[in-house]
Design a binder for this molecule. Sequence first.
Ligand code: 1HN
Length: 345
Amino acid sequence: MHELGRLEDLPPDYVDELRKLNLVPLWPSLRAVLPPGKPRPNTKPTFWSYQALRPLLMRAGELTPMQKAERRVLVLANPGHGLDNMKASAAMYLGMQLLLPGEWAPSHRHTPNAVRMIVEGEGAYTTVDGEKCPMSRGDLILTPSGLWHEHGHDGTEPVVWLDVLDLPLVYYMETSYAIEGKRQDVKPERGDVAYARGGIVPTPVFTRADKPYPMLRYPWVEARAALLALGTDRPGQDCVQVSYVNPETGGYAENILGFYALMLRPGQTLRLPARSPASVFHVIEGGAAAEIDGQHFNLAEADTCCAPGYTPVTLRNTSADQPSFVFIADETPLHKKLGVFETRE
Ligand code: 1HN
């Protein structure tokens, strides 16, 4: 690929004249916006230790009351994007949120989609679109774009969860905003009850539900049982993985980011091919060693790391006799919808 003319090659008065008319020459920047062969991601392989961040999150609980935080979160920021930009990847935001017993995080709704992966503690709940979703370790709870949500806590111990949002993308598009609301009335219906059995969906008078998000809570007991059953059913299969989907459509649970749970068999090493979307790995149970672009991370329970797109990832179960369980978030739905999704070998 031959070299193109640089900005410095042009007479300064010419460049000034262009700029006064809000014009810029393309050729000095062409190779930067279209790098040869593959993108140059800002997303760096990054690791966040739960053991290291937990005391700092608890300290935030002492330093900042709920009224001064609304959401008490430490953001897991990728240094490759600049810490203050609060991105794990180009499209993904990650944060660890703390709710203390008796606290309440007020109702709001916003354009970015969110999910919560519960990390520790019992007794907290999120009310989403009038549906009260109890929080237990490993549960996945959706708060899709536009739905009211608030968090409460009737238990006795701190509750922590991992928030995953498509905020960087929605913000980049200049479409990010929130509306504050009042406490929601709780409705009796629960999607996790109505859709509790795979392949069987409610059909009142032969018409299917037309709610865009019929299921808001995916209990860990169900995902874990599905992975164990799948592993037993397919002993030769390397990638024992399930996707969190919309049970009415079979499509992704949310529009922009994809969510999955993976089981690594005892001692297993799993090589994931390079794909265009960036990914996030969070250990629900057990331990996993990750190799991403020559970097090695040793993930214990509740640890999180991220990988840029176009990069192969190797995951290894660090236990020889127990399975390990990993929650994965990625940008696949976005890439597929935009027609830029690729797998490379
Ligand atoms: C949000 O609404 C929550 O509702 C958590 O718990 C984190 C980060 C950025 C923007 C909105 C929540 C968030 C957020």
